[in-house]
Ligand binder design. Structure first.
Ligand SMILES: [Zn+2]
Length: 300
């Protein structure tokens, strides 16, 4: 399926100055790189993310007040149909130079199970993009309405460093099969799947998600998932999660951080809605935050 995303952006910018402005800001956003031994995180000073960073995700929200439902969306937000179940919108509070929200046409709870193949299909359709998912208690600011997001893959450190990470044979790497590895890099646990067979990509993803649900006994698997397809190669990263926010989020004073990690953070881009966080975040804080929200997985 061919979808003209550039045209969607153009139309959205013509329709609303807000979208034009926020994406212009993203083009000029301040960033700071924090290097570890074999990987890095990028901090981004992004005040427009304050709503997502502090969203009350415990509230029951009906379709009558849901910002992903028709009639309550961001002012002058326009979409394009992806298929009979999903529409694509430009994200009104971007982290990325290209940032989309892919929204279920129905007001149903956030859930990836049963949607793995469609997620992979979306990644096939959106060439150059990574389609990603935040589970209900792991960064989704609308757990009440199923949605995915998409961003340009090159902006994500985990995909930019894919080969180094996938083929690394360090001591904290477990090769689960020819196509799948489980890694711990000192900050987070993650699975990486690489295959040129879309069926096998889907099977691997489903198996890991079902195991995570079983192990954690949660209603839905708690994880951040990203899928990209490059030259016929399917690449999937899964960050299993133990909690939504680190303790620093709930403390006051010096130690406080307004950070609620979602896929972007786990994949290496940390949007800081508060300038103080952007300035003070350092290696030790990153180690602390990510080790709290990751789920320790020894095997699957
Ligand atoms: Zn809704």
């Amino acid at each position: 399926m061919e979808i003209n995303i550039d045209e969607l952006f153009e139309k959205q910018f013509e329709r609303s100055i807000h979208f034009k402005n926020v994406f212009k800001n993203i083009d000029n956003v301040k960033t700071r790189k924090i290097e570890f031994d074999n990987f890095y995180y990028v901090l981004q000073f992004n005040p427009c993310r304050i709503g997502s960073a502090t969203a009350d995700t415990t509230k029951k929200v009906s379709s009558k007040e849901c910002f992903l439902c028709e009639g309550h969306r961001f002012e002058n937000q326009i979409g394009v149909e992806y298929n009979s179940n999903y529409d694509i919108f430009v994200n009104p509070f971007p982290i990325f130079k290209k940032h989309l929200t892919i929204v279920d046409k129905h007001h149903v709870e956030q859930e990836i199970l049963g949607q793995e193949d469609i997620m992979i299909e979306m990644a096939e359709s959106l060439q150059g993009f990574t389609v990603f998912y935040n589970s209900r208690h792991s960064g989704a600011s609308a757990p009440f309405h199923r949605h995915f997001q998409a961003c340009s893959s090159y902006e994500l450190p985990v995909f930019a460093q894919w080969n180094t990470l996938f083929f690394d044979e360090g001591k904290n790497v477990k090769k689960l099969s020819e196509q799948c590895v489980l890694k711990y890099d000192g900050t987070r646990y993650f699975f990486m799947i690489q295959t040129s067979d879309n069926l096998s990509a889907g099977e691997n993803l489903k198996n890991i998600l079902l195991r995570l649900k079983e192990v954690c006994q949660t209603v839905s698997p708690e994880a951040n998932v990203g899928v990209t397809v490059e030259k016929g190669v399917y690449k999937i990263v899964i960050f299993p999660r133990s909690k939504h926010r680190p303790e620093e989020y709930f403390t006051q004073g010096e130690e406080h951080l307004t950070i609620s990690p979602g896929f972007a953070d786990m994949a290496g881009i940390i949007p800081c809605a508060v300038q103080e966080d952007y300035l003070k975040l350092n290696k030790d804080m990153i180690i602390s935050v990510f080790n709290q929200v990751t789920l320790e997985v020894k095997t699957i």
